[in-house]
Design a binder for this molecule. Structure first.
Ligand code: F3S
Length: 453
């Protein structure tokens, strides 16, 4: 039996690709081993979002090569998959002679024939195979073989793939291709099966969850700010209403939404659907119109302020998670101060602050007025200081409150306000069974985490 080792890096979207590869391996009777040195084939599923992720991916490839040499496993094959392989399609083989084969995003379902070919490849030594193709088009369906790598009670569903946004700092649209949505029917079928298998939390993901369905609308440039989404075709609102009808005790979480596509109908739908948690991940990136324009975010300051107001008014108790970039080219002290004031007055429940990272191949890399790294560092530290204070106050306000949690491990749970591997933990009694919901009372807090009984 062929033994395969897999190192999965990057985001949840890449994790699903790893799950799909493992699903196909399992279906073909191959086995997965956690001991990569014992594997016949090792796959490194890479990320290539920013420099740090590229370095991590390269390090993982070099580590696997070192391990292969140390274990004297000359016949072991090394395959590189995922976003780095896709981004540098055609270039990586020259740069990484130690790798036996490369596959891109459209080859995740082809992993078995690829492995068979790599293992049977007996021609001249050092000859590499490159299966990567340009412009990915693939999107999974409800019956795509998949072995989940998340805890049993929680699952991701990729509702769409690719991205049509022009954000000037981001390379992902170039890597993952144009936006393509699944159908409501396909997603609902998958969700039904997961719930029947005992899944208690469904995390809907894609590059832009709010654009779901809109790529199939007749109008070339959907404008969800006007009219009702569902009158134009399938949309995230339509999908949530259908998912909400599935019977069972589970909750649905929305990740990776884009502010440009939020409609009043979507706000009303979340408010009406009890299975959809009052938690939304909506990366805003900045609040200054000057910055949002340079970032090509298709939004401006007044629009974002109004949207947050409408979300808070329409979905009482909503937890908003967002991210901001500081030190983007051309960010003035006034732009940054506007952001800090916005953080203080809006009091988001969950915030991530990132220092701008210059990425080759993006429009932002070519902009003038790049910010000195010391200024970026100072702005980041100031913004983080503001956030720490707000987070402390927020955690304190929870003490004494009753909350519903989902138990991930003995003694560790998450509330509706905590997304898997993103937010904090609620420490609970170890006797509460893993994979179940429980009502607990918050008794204290520790930095970003809560303590409850
Ligand atoms: Fe995700 Fe990294 Fe690709 S963040 S989409 S794995 S570039």
């Amino acid at each position: 039996m062929v033994k395969v080792g897999l190192v999965s890096l990057g985001c949840a979207k890449n994790l699903i690709d790893s799950e799909i590869m493992i699903g196909h391996l399992a279906q073909a009777g191959m086995s997965l081993t956690a001991e990569t040195k014992e594997a016949d084939v090792v796959i490194v599923n890479t990320c290539s979002f920013i420099d740090a992720s590229k370095k991590e991916s390269l390090q993982a490839i070099f580590d696997m090569q070192d391990e292969r040499l140390a274990a004297k496993k000359k016949k072991q094959k090394l395959i590189v998959a995922g976003c780095m392989s896709q981004r540098y399609e055609g270039e990586l083989p020259k740069l990484l002679p130690e790798v036996d084969a490369f596959i891109g995003l459209d080859q995740v379902t082809q992993v078995v024939p690829v492995i068979n070919e790599v293992l049977g490849h007996t021609s001249k030594e050092n000859e590499q195979l490159d299966f990567t193709t340009e412009k990915p088009q693939y999107i999974p369906d409800f019956d795509t073989p998949r072995v989940r790598l998340t805890p049993k009670h929680t699952a991701y569903i990729k509702i769409a793939e690719g991205c049509n946004h022009p954000c000037s700092f981001c390379i992902i649209p170039k890597i993952r291709g144009r936006h393509r949505s699944r159908t409501v029917e396909s997603v609902v079928k998958e969700a039904r099966r997961l719930v029947a298998e005992g899944v208690k939390e469904i995390n809907l993901i894609s590059q832009d969850t709010t654009y779901f369905g809109m790529d199939r609308w007749e109008s070339d440039r959907p404008n969800p700010r006007s009219g009702v989404d569902s009158a134009k075709g399938e949309s995230l609102a339509t999908l949530l209403r259908e998912l909400n009808k599935i019977e069972g005790d589970f909750w649905i979480r929305l990740l990776y939404t884009h502010p440009a596509h939020w409609s009043d109908e979507l706000i009303a739908t979340i408010a009406e659907c009890p299975k959809v948690v009052r938690y939304v991940d909506i990366p805003l990136q900045h609040i200054s119109t000057n910055m949002l324009t340079k970032m090509q975010r298709q939004t401006d300051g007044p629009y974002i302020r109004d949207l947050i107001r409408r979300m808070r008014a329409g979905i009482p108790g909503i937890i908003i998670r967002t991210t901001f970039i500081v030190g983007f080219p051309g960010e003035t002290e006034a732009d940054f101060e506007e952001l800090r004031e916005f953080l203080s007055e809006t009091r988001f429940e969950r915030v991530g602050i990132f220092k701008y990272s210059k990425e080759e191949g993006t429009k932002a890399a070519k902009l003038d007025e790049h910010i000195h790294h010391k200024t970026k560092e100072r702005r980041w530290a100031l913004a983080m200081g503001t956030l720490r204070q707000l987070s402390e106050e927020r955690c304190r306000s929870y003490v004494g409150r009753k909350i519903k949690v989902l138990v991930d491990k003995p003694g560790e749970a998450r509330s509706a306000a905590d997304a898997l591997e993103i937010d904090g933990t609620v420490f609970v009694d170890e006797s509460i069974p893993v994979g179940t919901f429980a009502e607990v009372t918050v008794t204290g807090h520790r930095e970003y985490d809560l303590i409850a009984r």
